[in-house]
Write a protein that binds this ligand. Structure first.
Ligand code: SF4
Ligand code: SF4
Length: 272
């Protein structure tokens, strides 16, 4: 599930579609021949934990695991570590440990597909922020124009300064409202102020805060230098591909270096 601030759509899905999530998880387990299924939920969502425990109460193969509240934890490698205390190898995937990780909304969608034959045509989205008159979670058809969603939620268009698709840490600020809701749109955040104003970048002072903050134990300070200097081999040897763009490094950098943005660039360089 999403663990970013502001985003509550997965929480609503867990509370309102607990039976569908458990059904979808059973289907997934059958397809990949898994003998055990886990659902990790942050412990500040007791209603979701209770609903899913109730839905899975007769299934000894499924375990609901309350997790400490922290960011980032929704990424698949973080979840494998939090629930099973196992480390996905550098450059690898949970599949390397014979595990498959999926989002709760995906499980609910799979259940609906097997019951009705209708594929993913809508998704739960959180619409909130200081620029939204009536914040809410909505089930929105894929392809709906962003501007229609904002109108529906009584956005204060005259005073909007920033609209972000996704969460405040991993989302993308939008240049235009002429974009649709897609299957990856977990949130639409609209603000009457700039959430994180761009500040003048200063040189890296080697404070090490970004290393401490990185949940993947990467060295964002070194990586940003390699990105800016096009040093592809060093990007590979320093495990650039393991970055999942959580933004924790940027958040902690006292020199205002746009580390997470540079990590995105670095990953794109590896794909070329
Ligand atoms: S965005 Fe920064 S903190 Fe997050 S995984 Fe990538 S390098 Fe590490
Ligand atoms: S947090 Fe910023 S200033 Fe500190 S080591 Fe990392 S990149 Fe350099």
């Amino acid at each position: 599930m999403s663990c970013e601030p502001f985003l509550t759509c997965d929480h609503r899905v867990m509370v309102e579609q607990a039976d569908a999530i458990i059904d979808g998880l059973r289907i997934l387990m059958k397809q990949v021949k898994a003998v055990k299924g886990y659902i990790g939920i942050e412990e500040n969502k007791p209603d979701a934990i209770a609903m899913l425990k109730q839905a899975a109460k007769d299934d000894f193969q499924i375990e609901i695991v309350p997790l400490h509240v922290k960011y980032p934890q929704g990424a698949e490698k973080m979840l494998v570590d939090a629930i099973l205390k196992k480390e996905v190898p550098a450059g690898g995937l949970p599949l390397d440990l014979e595990m498959v990780v999926n989002n709760v909304a995906t499980a609910a969608c799979i259940s609906a597909y097997f019951k009705t034959g209708i594929p993913l045509i809508e998704r739960a989205v959180t619409i909130t922020g200081t620029g939204i008159g009536t914040p809410k979670n909505l089930l929105i058809p894929i392809g709906t124009p962003l501007i229609e969603v904002l109108k529906f939620c009584q956005a204060d268009f005259e005073n909007l300064k920033q609209v972000i698709l996704g969460g405040p840490m991993m989302g993308m600020a939008q240049k235009t409202l002429d974009v649709p809701v897609i299957k990856g749109t977990s949130g639409i955040l609209a603000f009457k102020e700039i959430l994180a104003p761009i500040q003048e970048e200063q040189p890296c002072i080697r404070c090490g805060r970004c290393l401490t903050a990185c949940p993947m134990f990467l060295n964002p300070s070194a990586l940003h230098f390699f990105v800016r200097n096009g040093r592809i081999e060093e990007l590979k040897s320093h495990h650039m591909a393991d970055c999942f763009e959580c933004g924790s490094c940027s958040f902690t950098c006292p020199s205002n270096i746009p580390l997470a943005q540079l990590m995105r660039v670095g990953k794109a360089m590896l794909r070329q």
